[in-house]
Design a protein around this ligand. Structure first.
Ligand SMILES: Nc1nc2c(ncn2[C@@H]2O[C@H](COP(=O)(O)OP(=O)(O)O)[C@@H](O)[C@H]2O)c(=O)[nH]1
Ligand SMILES: [Mg+2]
Ligand SMILES: [Zn+2]
Length: 385
């Protein structure tokens, strides 16, 4: 029977259908999920779970509750404690999760977090000994920086180090170009801190005055997840609203046959773009303490690190030692001294954070060791009578 005119030909997803994704063929994955960034790899992982489950992407976490976008539309799901214990692996915005099948009356439960392609991380505000995952499964980062008082290439270096560490390429978007008479010099200053392997483009834009207002969308598309990073007031929300257009599409367009894909006004950090893909805004990030586990500094400072390989001492701090190639490059005008200082500062911060993190881990190990020891002693005494 052909579907009635005006209705989508695909039947509304049912649980049994949604649970039946045993194939890893791209074409058998629902287009709505592919648009959200679902992949055959994720489908295969889901199919390996012991219980049938449906996939969903986390829009927001509130303690033990999560808002998840699935083929069923937006769902409020329970996030059990066992999945929240470790802040590095607990589901966060952008994560793909497996949901227990949804009975009409039950609240679905998140039974597993699926493997992450990438994760953007920082030291949690205040302590810097705890990781906070800002967003998961991010393909690109828009570093948003105003061409007003916000402009600061040193901050761009910090953001780029974080992106580099996560293995995520970035686009530098310099906002408020309409009110700036120094645009070219500032673009050049940003290009100077933007290694080509890490940075896809540097653009001056103004979505209010209409300068390059269509450029950001060129870096988005179906299946691509973009996260916004930038200080408060840089123009992230303005850019987000511009890219969402008048429609403010923040709900799942899947279930057009009923009212379950309805628009809601609840705040969510992950928004669907009208032309495909998703954009993750990050509210309330005042500080971005470095939490590096990989090659972040090397990728963001390819120039400094390749000079450093020419230093006489392999552990050169580039601070007045003899035979320092970095100092020589600064003296000869090949390297900006401010950039070298910025590199040293970020490296020092990352190392200090790593020391604190290791210290914390060591103390936790000690605590569990002595707990174990006490239990063994107690057992021993009890057995002796
Ligand atoms: N003229 C102009 N103003 C902008 C632009 N982007 C943001 N703004 C203004 O800057 C202020 C802060 O923007 P907002 O998007 O809230 O920044 P957020 O904190 O990064 O989300 C608002 O008053 C915006 O109207 C831009 O491209 N051009
Ligand atoms: Mg904002
Ligand atoms: Zn050196």
């Amino acid at each position: 029977m052909s579907p009635p005119a005006g209705r989508p030909s695909r039947p509304a997803a049912t649980i049994s259908r949604a649970c039946g994704f045993r194939t890893v063929n791209n074409h058998n994955l629902p287009p709505s999920l592919l648009n959200l960034g679902y992949t055959p790899t994720l489908a295969a992982e889901l199919a390996e779970l012991p219980e049938p489950a449906i996939p969903g992407r986390v829009l927001r976490i509130d303690g033990h509750r999560a808002l998840v976008l699935s083929e069923e539309g937006e769902l409020e799901a329970m996030l059990p404690g066992r999945l929240r214990a470790d802040p590095g692996s607990a589901p966060t915005v952008g994560d793909w999760v497996a949901l227990s099948p949804v009975a009409a009356t039950d609240t679905p439960v998140i039974v597993a977090r699926l493997a992450r392609r990438t994760r953007l991380a920082r030291g949690a505000a205040g302590t810097a000994t705890r990781i906070q995952v800002i967003a998961a499964n991010v393909d690109r980062v828009f570093i948003v920086m105003g061409l007003d008082g916000d402009f600061n290439p040193r901050r761009a270096e910090r953001y780029l180090t974080i992106c580099g560490d996560a293995g995520i390429q970035a686009v530098l978007l310099l906002t408020k170009a309409g009110g700036c008479d120094d645009v070219d010099a500032r673009i050049a200053a940003c290009r100077a801190v933007a290694p080509p392997a890490l940075v896809l483009g540097v653009h001056a834009i103004d979505v209010i005055d209409g300068v390059n207002a269509d450029v950001p969308a060129r870096y988005t598309g179906p299946g691509i997840t973009v996260a916004l990073l930038g200080s408060s007031g840089a123009g992230k929300s303005t850019l987000l609203n511009h890219m969402l257009g008048r429609e403010q599409m923040t709900t799942c367009p899947v279930r057009s046959g009923d009212d379950r894909g309805r628009h809601t006004t609840t705040h969510r950090e992950l928004a669907l773009l009208p032309n495909g893909g998703v954009l993750i805004d990050n509210p309330g990030m005042r500080e971005l303490a470095l939490w590096l586990v990989g090659e972040g500094l090397g990728r963001a400072f390819t120039d400094v690190e390749s000079l450093a390989r020419g230093c006489r001492f392999s552990d050169c701090s580039h601070d007045g030692e003899p035979g320092c190639a970095v100092q020589r490059a600064i003296e000869e005008g090949e390297l900006d001294g401010d950039r070298a200082t910025s590199y040293a500062r970020l490296r020092g911060e990352a190392e200090a954070n790593a020391r604190r993190r290791d210290e914390r881990r060591r103390r936790a190990d000690e605590r569990s060791q002595s707990k174990l020891y006490r239990r063994i002693q107690k057992d021993h005494r009890r057995r002796k009578g």
